[in-house]
Design a protein around this ligand. Structure first.
Ligand code: ATP
Ligand code: MG
Length: 338
């Protein structure tokens, strides 16, 4: 079974990314043939700084390795190092309905929050994501709940391509965790914890110091009622229960049973302590790994070579099926395709 997922290179990956996605990536290594990609081409769809982008890519690589991604078992690479992703995105654009893209909630959310340029790249983002996934004939895509709609569109694009040009793509399934698929912002528990559009105080970063983590949980917004239990009108406390359950590896029901008579203040302290304990080993390994950029670049380069070997094969079939470019036999020596 092939597993693929991508993560944006913002060094400030947060607890939502960690619980919703990164822990699933690590587990995926035992379940199949795992491929993980640091998606710098997605990160440039919103405001960014070029020098920063490269640094944040190393940060993200180091976080993934620190969390337990093992380059001997999984392929880890930088998206832009494998040119096939961008070419495939363009080709898939021709079988993607414009109307479908206009329905994507991520575009609506991110463009609404954009003070400067709303880029065409932000609109086309889901097509590039479909290319990422489909290039590897992926069976399963581990993601947080916010990416459900994009994976659904990826499936639609694969089906539409296959019915028009022949069976080239595997139609992938998403894999969304049962607990922690949607960690909410601690300050505004109606919106997801996010890398680009969250409040600083409401976002717990993987690399936050223990004191920062404790402070953020202490100030987390809750309702004025009592009772540590989940309810639609208690989004703040519900979120804290979900976080606690995810980091403890238990169910929200078990947390409710244990803390039902606790005061909110006590409960918040207990969640903070559990999160600190959960993140500490990763933070320690991160510091060591991040210090050696050469070693990180080696991992990414080796990963890109392995990824290109797979994606290149898919691309050749896609081009042939679509009648794009010189026929395979005449292609030898044309261009600089790697
Ligand atoms: P942005 O908000 O700018 O899109 P992000 O925080 O979503 O950034 P990504 O790199 O886009 O970060 O997402 C990486 C993975 O983390 C995706 O699989 C996504 O579904 C998951 N994820 C993101 N936010 C959360 C969250 N709040 N709870 C659970 N999973 C999340
Ligand atoms: Mg995202």
């Amino acid at each position: 079974m092939r597993i693929f997922s991508g993560i944006q290179p913002t060094g400030r990956k947060h607890l939502g990314n960690y619980i919703g996605a990164i822990t699933q990536y690590v587990a995926g290594q035992d379940r199949g043939d795992a491929i993980y990609c640091i998606v710098d081409l997605h990160a440039i769809t919103v405001a960014f700084d070029p020098a920063d982008l490269r640094e944040r890519t190393y940060d993200t690589a180091a976080i993934l390795l620190a969390a337990g991604i093992d380059p001997a078992r999984a392929i880890l690479f930088r998206q832009s190092d494998v040119l096939e992703h961008s070419e495939l995105a363009w080709l898939l654009g021709s079988v993607t309905a414009y109307g479908d893209l206009t329905r994507m909630t991520q575009f609506k959310d991110k463009s609404a929050g954009q003070r400067e340029l709303v880029s065409a790249g932000l609109f086309f983002y889901p097509v590039l994501m479909a290319a990422d996934v489909l290039a590897y004939r992926t069976d399963e895509v581990p993601v947080g709940d916010d990416q459900r709609q994009h994976v659904e569109l990826t499936r639609e694009i694969a089906r539409s391509f296959n019915s028009r040009f022949g069976d080239v793509f595997v139609v992938p399934e998403h894999r969304i965790p049962e607990v922690g698929a949607r960690i909410m912002d601690l300050q505004s528990p109606d919106s997801k914890m996010s890398t680009t559009s969250a409040s600083e105080e409401g976002t717990v970063y993987v690399l936050d110091e223990p004191a920062q983590i404790e402070r953020k949980f202490k100030r987390a917004v809750t309702d004025s009622g009592v009772g540590v239990r989940r309810a639609p009108d208690k989004p703040g406390i519900t979120n804290l229960i979900d976080i606690f359950a995810a980091v403890r590896g238990t169910t929200p029901e078990a947390i409710e049973a244990e803390f039902h008579s606790s005061r909110y203040g006590e409960f918040k302290q207990a969640v903070a302590a559990a999160v600190v304990e959960y993140l500490t080993p990763t933070q320690e390994r991160f510091t060591e790994l991040r210090a050696d950029e050469r070693a990180l670049e080696d991992v990414l380069r080796t990963g890109a070579e392995r990824a290109r070997a797979i994606a290149g094969g898919t691309l050749a079939e896609v081009r042939a099926a679509m009648g794009v470019g010189a026929p395979p036999a005449a292609r030898r020596g044309i261009g600089t395709r790697r």
